[in-house]
Design a binder for this molecule. Structure first.
Ligand code: FE2
Length: 280
């Protein structure tokens, strides 16, 4: 069996379903979809799942350009930054398919010309996952430099656990075929969003988890608090609502189209879940 076919069976969605009652409903309806959605309808790029016996994302060399003490920030761009805007979003899971809150992600990458900033901290930044285990990075598509395919470096660390140093890759890059470091398990899903690009990748860390020891999400208990936290400007989106693909909502005055059926959860608002909602 070649590696591609082997990987094709490993989706987080499958993992969540295989986990049966141990998998929180919220995970089946939400983060799993982040791995299974692509805008053009092609088969998604895949990553190791958290409970199918395969290894977590493989470590990769940090290369020569890592610098410690990066600024804490989720955006690496300024209004004058050159390059195609790119948003990378996803979740950090443990081996039990449960999200890991407060996981550290330290990103660094080349600029549009393929150069690293080894003096300052341009295109370097760290952040922590939120309570839902989610992260979002605002950056640009990194430029190419000799000898490598297009990539983003990242260190990921669950609280109190070892650091995973690895790299994220872009599909359909010619150099993916010739870069000996490239690993298809580290491919992001990437789609166009106007003149920008939106990418998704979920990390599965080698962190033991006991699903039954974690309280079930509040999806079975309708909450009214979310309705009061919605922003002004016209919002029909509501946590707890089941949305079908093609459904339309507004959030803070902007229209969105649902890409895959799911039950909305707090923290999965349309602006921060590009795998679930496409802005109109
Ligand atoms: Fe690099």
């Amino acid at each position: 069996m070649d590696e591609e076919n082997k990987l094709s069976r490993k989706t987080v969605l499958k993992a969540a379903l295989a986990a049966g009652v141990a998998a929180p409903v919220a995970l089946i309806g939400g983060p799993a979809l982040a791995r299974t959605t692509v805008a053009d309808g092609k088969a998604p790029e895949l990553t190791p799942a958290c409970d199918d016996g395969d290894d977590p994302p493989p470590p990769q060399t940090e290369g020569p350009y890592f610098k410690p003490n990066s600024p804490q920030r989720t955006s690496l761009v300024t209004p004058g930054t050159q390059g195609t805007r790119l948003t990378v979003s996803g979740y950090v899971f443990g081996l039990g398919c449960l999200p890991i809150a407060r996981a550290l992600l330290d990103f660094w990458q080349a600029d549009v010309n393929g150069a690293y900033d080894n003096v300052g901290y341009t295109f370097r930044g760290h952040q922590f996952t939120n309570d839902q285990g989610a992260f979002t990075l605002s950056t640009i598509v990194p430029g190419l430099y000799p000898g490598r395919t297009r990539h983003i470096h990242v260190k990921v660390q669950a609280p109190g656990r070892p650091v995973l140093t690895t790299q994220l890759y872009f599909p359909n890059e010619p150099r993916n075929n010739t870069d000996s470091i490239f690993d298809p398990r580290l491919l992001m899903t990437v789609r166009d969003a106007g003149t920008a690009k939106e990418a998704a990748f979920d990390f599965v860390l080698n962190v033991p988890q006991t699903p039954t020891s974690t309280s079930r999400p509040t999806s079975t208990t309708p909450t009214t608090s979310t309705s009061t936290s919605n922003p002004p400007g016209g919002t029909t989106w509501a946590a707890g609502t089941g949305y079908s693909a093609g459904a339309r909502v507004t959030y803070s005055g902007r229209g969105y189209v649902c890409l895959q059926g799911h039950t909305a959860q707090p923290g999965w608002e349309p602006p921060v879940t590009p795998a679930l909602w496409r802005a109109e």
